[in-house]
Design a protein around this ligand. Structure first.
Ligand code: F0G
Length: 458
């Protein structure tokens, strides 16, 4: 059979309503033209994020009932620790309530003012946590990663020459650790090859710089390696993940992605001194080190979810869904980032709306049109989200203006995708009428969540 069907049956449903176009226009006005400020119930298909929005399996729900809510040393903690160690073989495991809490602890214990942290592409919370303590977040994405038409299999890779240059320019003492984000969310959910991770590790090791993996989507990356990298097609996804983590000294994780849970994260490391410093902050910020801001039942759901994310049939179905969506968009001719990312399809807003200058935010134009036409909520990854300014305070345009359609895990079926394609087609047909936007209110950090927009009349 050539159809790859959902490898699950549906046991519980959640009803949703679709409000009218007139109501959507009103709702968006009330939300100051920022889809982050909409009520979720006013969104028919919510593709804002794949983070914490997935459906849990019967095994996860059953595990929830086994949650041991003891404050210290619970059975659930033991199961969580054992599962994370099985996948990563990393010594110290610290649970956190989500990924950014792990990033905050990492940044606040290791980064001094003026330190530089290289990465393929920092996610926005990673960058914010680094900048908050006075660090500099450098993106060293390979050149192919910036070209939305390039179909290289590992466009999430870091540019090794730029990494060497970065270390030579700043000196190893200014670089407390290097990072690699798998998959590379902000660069289009693109895969990072095992060869690249290995090479990064070799380079940084020569200078005694530790490597931290931002491993939110480690299982999706393992699937890409299985499918695209020579020498890995006979290995299980677990074995591939284990090799990936063998090059890491530490890792930050959001279990809201490949933990297939609605909340949770972890920070892990091999170094005993790092672990002690992390733990001190963890206790102040998150909780005792055997629960770290999570309930025992969350730890149980995550322990099951992490292993389910590594099931081959699950990953094959997830990637097939994304392929289905992108094939349909290809037929209409909508420009998207190639090849497919692991958790999302990314529309190329710059190419969809060439009449809108970068600093009038074509990404917001597309996002708002998707909402108005079909109640689809997507997110801009571009000049608004990355909000960069030069030393004179002049706003800089992002090299890419993308719109991410992030796919919650195990939530939407094929007819939802067919509807989504129709909505995108409608937006595509009306693209010449879509306006640019200006920002009328913004905060210093992570402005995209709360800023207000106004349409610019053409
Ligand atoms: N790193 C990456 C690569 C991420 O994609 C995210 C979250 C985080 C770290 C932070 O994790 O949300 O648990 O605190 N990404 C979500 C998204 C929010 O929509 O892409 P968190």
């Amino acid at each position: 059979m050539k159809t790859i069907m959902e490898p699950f049956r549906i046991k519980t449903t959640e009803s949703m309503k679709i409000i009218s176009k007139k109501e959507r226009i009103k709702a968006l006005e009330k939300a100051r033209q920022n889809v982050f400020l909409l009520n979720a119930e006013d969104c028919a298909i919510d593709l804002l994020t794949d983070s914490g929005t997935g459906a849990m399996s019967t095994k996860q729900w059953a595990a929830i009932m086994l949650g041991d809510e003891s404050y210290a040393g619970s059975k659930s903690w033991k199961r969580f620790e054992k599962t994370v160690q099985n996948i990563t073989d990393i010594k110290h495991i610290l649970p956190t309530h989500q990924g950014r809490a792990a990033e905050a602890i990492l940044a606040q214990t290791l980064i001094k003012k003026g330190d530089v942290i290289p990465n393929n592409s920092h996610f926005d919370t990673t960058r914010a946590n680094i900048e908050y303590v006075g660090g500099i977040a450098e993106n060293l994405l390979c050149k192919e990663g910036l070209d939305t038409n390039n179909v290289s299999p590992f466009k999430g890779n870091m540019d090794i020459e730029q990494l060497k240059q970065c270390i030579e320019n700043h000196g190893k003492d200014k670089i407390p650790f290097a990072m690699i984000t798998v998959t590379n969310n902000t660069g289009g959910g693109q895969a990072v090859s095992m060869a690249n991770i290995k090479e990064i590790k070799q380079v940084v090791s020569q200078y005694g710089i530790p490597l931290v993996i931002d491993c939110c989507r480690f299982a999706e990356n393992a699937y890409f390696i299985h499918e695209r990298e020579k020498g890995y097609s006979d290995m299980s996804l677990l074995e591939i993940a284990q090799e990936m983590f063998s090059y890491a000294d530490a890792a930050t994780m959001s279990c809201k992605k490949d933990g297939l849970a609605n909340i949770g994260g972890f920070l892990i490391c091999n170094d005993d001194t790092w672990a002690e410093n992390f733990r001190n902050l963890l206790i102040i910020r998150e909780g005792f080190p055997t629960y770290g801001g999570l309930a025992g039942r969350d730890l149980e759901a995550i322990a099951v979810g992490l292993m389910e994310a590594l099931e081959f049939d699950y990953q094959r179905y997830r990637h097939a869904t994304i392929q289905y969506l992108s094939n349909n968009l290809d037929e209409i001719g909508v420009p998207i980032v190639r090849p497919n990312g692991g958790h999302a399809v990314f529309l190329d807003a710059k190419k969809i709306l060439p009449h809108i200058p970068a600093l009038q935010y074509p990404g917001i134009g597309v996002v708002n049109a998707l909402y108005i036409e079909g109640g689809v909520r997507a997110v801009e990854l571009g000049s608004v989200m990355f909000g960069q300014f030069d030393e004179n305070g002049t706003e800089l345009a992002s090299p890419l203006d993308l719109v991410r359609l992030a796919l919650p895990r195990r939530v939407y079926t094929q007819s939802h995708f067919d509807y989504l394609v129709e909505v995108i087609k409608e937006v595509w047909n009306k693209k010449d009428q879509i306006p640019g936007y200006k920002i009328t209110y913004q905060t210093k950090f992570l402005r995209h969540f709360t800023c207000h927009f106004e349409k610019i009349s053409q």
